[in-house]
Design a protein around this ligand. Structure first.
Ligand code: PMP
Length: 411
């Protein structure tokens, strides 16, 4: 029988909440996985039982996201940060094979800088060298104070290079306007129509924050999509990659032509050729993520999650908006650019934020303190956070607003 095990509501940004039913099922697997008499953390990654599980995990992602046969699904470690480096190295190798004579000046990497993660990714590309890293657009220029990442730049400002070795964006920062996503013409969606008109555009997307929270728009037009598992689908330690076949290249052949040598463990070809089992994978993380995506399928797949996630975000933003009109809250992202998954706002007034966070914690709602570099309150609305849990937070916010109003009204 399922109890709540004394659990609280976890709005943390990652690692983040996982469905209780999955945690309970995983307890069994930790002790005896698939009837083998061995726990999942104890069994060989080369056993047929694990292979069967891995194959099903891959199938569940492929079917739910509608990944075409042109793309491979790969599993690795190193998180989003590992991919900041890996995408650069693999796509520089690809470019070298396509254009053996290109100089570093001619080898251009286009970065859409719309938040701290894409900024970090661009910095890593610069650090690795061997190319010219270009900022296609910097969202800070269009922000209220010229410094914050608080909106999505207008489409007209995206000027891509004609023949870049990669074009990089971070989905949760760029195309995430909760009102509009999926509408190509909306200011809050990625401007696919402005991409260079060559058929195999090396478009890379960091989906770490929003992977499997709804269908991926224009998935087939991407060269690489990657995500750390620790937000929507599982524990940290697993990174999921969706890589188009033409980006799985012989990095050693490219190195012979002058590209930087690529550590084998970062090479997409190594991963693809070994079925993601070149070395010992994060077995436990794969297992738990596998249980999560199986459960997602049973719940109706991504159309179901898209609907619920949209409702959750809309009602939360409505509560923030109400607080803003009463002068109690202030959103940190401009209207129309808000993320589906991470809502950030300030609680105005001396000591008010602490009061808000402490009060929430007393009512069993944790993980609401904002990122150390951004501050404020951050509410992460990943798949495992239920609509009822969001309703509970909104009820608390409403009470907080009423109390703030009565304090103000007091003589
Ligand atoms: N990209 C995005 C969008 C993220 O949210 C994060 C982590 N919060 C990262 C990259 C870095 O991921 P990791 O910690 O897995 O390296």
């Amino acid at each position: 029988m399922s109890t709540d095990h004394g659990r609280v509501i976890n709005f943390g940004a990652g690692p983040s909440a996982l469905p209780l039913s999955v945690l309970e099922e995983a307890q069994t697997g930790l002790v005896n996985f698939a009837g083998t008499g061995m726990g999942i953390a104890e069994i060989s990654h080369r056993s047929k039982e694990f292979q069967t599980f891995l194959d099903e995990f891959e199938r569940d992602i492929r079917t739910q996201l509608d990944v075409p046969p042109t793309h491979r699904i790969l599993f690795t470690q190193g998180g989003g940060t590992g991919q900041f480096s890996a995408v650069v190295l693999n796509l520089l190798a690809r470019y070298r094979l396509l254009r053996p004579q290109a100089s570093a000046e001619e080898t251009v990497l286009d970065y859409v800088v719309t938040g701290s993660w894409s900024k970090k990714a661009a910095e890593e590309a610069r650090r690795l060298g061997g190319s010219t890293v270009r900022t296609v657009v910097d969202a800070r220029v269009y922000s209220k104070d010229g410094k914050a990442f608080d909106n999505i730049p207008p489409h007209a400002e995206f000027a891509f290079s004609a023949d870049p070795a990669l074009i990089y964006y971070c989905e949760n920062e760029t195309v995430d306007g909760v009102e509009f996503a999926h509408d190509a013409q909306s200011p809050a969606s990625f401007p696919f129509h402005l991409l260079p008109q060559n058929t195999l555009v090396p478009l890379v997307a960091d989906y770490s924050s929003s992977f499997m929270c709804r269908p991926i728009p224009r998935l087939a037009d991407h060269a690489v999509i990657y995500a750390g598992a620790q937000k929507n689908i599982g524990p940290a330690g697993l990174t999921v990659l969706i890589v188009r076949e033409d980006c799985i290249v012989d990095v050693d052949a490219a190195a012979k032509l002058g590209a930087a040598p690529v550590p084998l463990i970062l090479s997409y070809k190594t991963l693809a050729d070994s079925g993601s089992l070149y070395n010992t994978p994060s077995v436990l993380a794969i297992y738990m993520a596998g249980l999560v995506v199986k459960r997602m399928k049973e719940n109706g797949g991504l159309p179901y999650y898209e609907e619920v996630n949209r409702r959750k975000a809309k009602k939360l933003y409505a509560a923030v908006h109400e607080g803003e009109q009463k002068g109690v809250f202030r959103r940190k992202v401009q209207q129309g650019s808000e993320s589906w998954m991470n809502a950030v706002f300030e609680v105005l007034g001396e000591g008010a934020e602490k009061k808000f966070l402490d009060g929430a914690e007393k009512e069993g709602m944790k993980g609401l303190k904002g990122h150390r570099s951004v501050g404020g309150v951050r509410v992460s609305l990943y798949n495992a956070v239920t609509e009822q849990e969001v309703d509970k937070l909104i009820a608390y916010m409403t009470r907080f607003l009423a109390e703030s109003a009565s304090v103000e009204a007091a003589p």
